[in-house]
Unconditional design. Structure first.
Length: 436
């Protein structure tokens, strides 16, 4: 719900909201203004302190209150000319263009609905740990229960194209963390992120939190829509620093990693190549003085090279959940005792189930070794090798990828695939083979 009380700079939530719709604005520029005005208010409740107010990139403000936002101040804070002019026009006359007015009205309508939130830094639910990072979001949009924001949190990140090994490890660790009252934070993407949320949901005792790289009205990826509904159903939370109508764009995802790490006691990297975006989260964690954990993988697996690099640089090696908990201070974990399961809000009458889920193994079965149909005893050794490979990778592989992995001759590979298809152990969808 919105309120119109005065916030930092003497501006209301609606004012800050409208700033976020200006041309050329972004979370970093909004954060820069918010931080500057907040520091002024801390220095003297908005009054002149000493002979001058703090210097901003060469601009010395000689007088005025924190709410005295000028074109020169905004330019000194590196706002583009067009953005600064629109901001001054809005402050002086409340003027917005048609597109900006539409965004404002849509957002206010969205915020009027239950369990929809706009959290400025002064809001009691805005996490203190997130305030302390560089470029802390001026505000966050939230959908769901705010309970998870008060819990101790561990971020889990990793490869989108994860292996079966990585997925299973993530499911197990996330479930165990949730069972200890620790909120699992991830980015809602396919691969390791999905497994992290699923593992936490499987335990069911502690909500999980997804930091989105899009607006909350454009949840991404679409294939995880059921997952996002399940997060809400079990009392979790979806958050984003982007306006509600923001669609997926590649450059929006790396900055959200600073929020995953900023919310968390530490970040666990399960699988990552040396060029993986997951290493961005690890770097943010280091900059923010958070713990960094890494799961070792197979020696020559490119998906584990990033984790091995982190381990060589001093990340904590994770063999089990105790390796994570032993590095977390008792104080940082105490908040877990404050979570009241009865207070967790569920937002749906029944747990969402996708059609795909009805035809696939249940989540609980993913913790066992019997996720796939049994191989007939009569299949060849080549067919067995192919089946084992597809089980390990837990993702479809095309013919060329199978050749690279197995080093088989083409004829032997084709024969093995035919055996598996005829026995119903492998399916071919558009040239990509997967275990079933």
């Amino acid at each position: 719900m919105m309120d119109q009380f005065s916030y930092v700079g003497g501006l209301s939530q609606t004012d800050w909201l409208c700033f976020s719709f200006l041309s050329g604005i972004g979370p970093a520029r909004l954060s820069r203004l918010y931080t500057y005005l907040n520091q002024l208010e801390q220095l003297g409740s908005g009054e002149l302190v000493g002979d001058s107010l703090p210097d901003v990139d060469g601009l010395l403000l000689e007088s005025g209150r924190a709410s005295d936002i000028t074109y020169e101040l905004l330019r000194a804070l590196k706002w583009p000319d067009v953005t600064a002019r629109q901001a001054i026009d809005y402050l002086s006359s409340g003027s917005l263009n048609d597109e900006q007015q539409e965004k404002r009205d849509q957002t206010l309508d969205w915020l009027s609905e239950p369990h929809h939130h706009l959290l400025l830094q002064q809001n009691e639910h805005y996490p203190q740990a997130l305030k302390e990072i560089d470029t802390a979001p001026a505000f966050l949009y939230g959908q769901g229960s705010l309970t998870s924001l008060g819990l101790p949190k561990i971020g889990i990140v990793g490869a989108r194209k994860c292996t079966g090994y990585g997925r299973d490890i993530t499911l197990q660790l996330a479930e165990q963390l949730a069972s200890r009252g620790i909120c699992v934070v991830s980015g809602g993407a396919i691969g390791i992120d999905t497994a992290a949320h699923q593992g936490a949901l499987h335990d069911g005792s502690t909500p999980t939190l997804a930091v989105m790289g899009t607006g909350l009205q454009h949840r991404y990826p679409n294939k995880n829509s059921i997952l996002f509904d399940n997060i809400l159903y079990q009392g979790g939370l979806l958050v984003s620093e982007y306006p509600l109508m923001t669609s997926a764009r590649p450059h929006l995802f790396p900055p959200r990693n600073r929020i995953i790490s900023g919310l968390s006691i530490g970040v666990l990297v399960v699988e990552a190549s040396t060029k993986s975006g997951s290493l961005i989260s690890a770097n943010y964690a280091i900059e923010q003085n958070r713990e960094v954990f890494a799961v070792p993988g197979r020696l020559f697996d490119t998906q584990s090279e990033g984790c091995h690099q982190l381990l060589r640089q001093g990340a904590t090696l994770v063999r089990n959940i105790d390796d994570i908990l032993s590095e977390c201070s008792e104080r940082s974990l105490q908040a877990g005792n404050q979570y009241d399961k009865k207070a967790s809000v569920k937002f749906m009458k029944a747990k969402p189930v996708s059609r795909a889920d009805e035809a696939s193994p249940s989540l609980s079965s993913s913790f066992s070794n019997n996720r796939f149909s049994d191989l007939p005893l009569t299949v060849s050794s080549a067919a067995k090798e192919l089946a084992q490979l597809l089980e390990r990778e837990s993702q479809p592989l095309d013919f060329d990828a199978l050749i690279r992995h197995t080093k088989m001759h083409t004829e032997i590979l084709m024969q093995g695939l035919m055996e598996l298809e005829l026995s119903g152990c492998v399916e071919n969808r558009h040239g990509a083979y997967s275990r079933c």
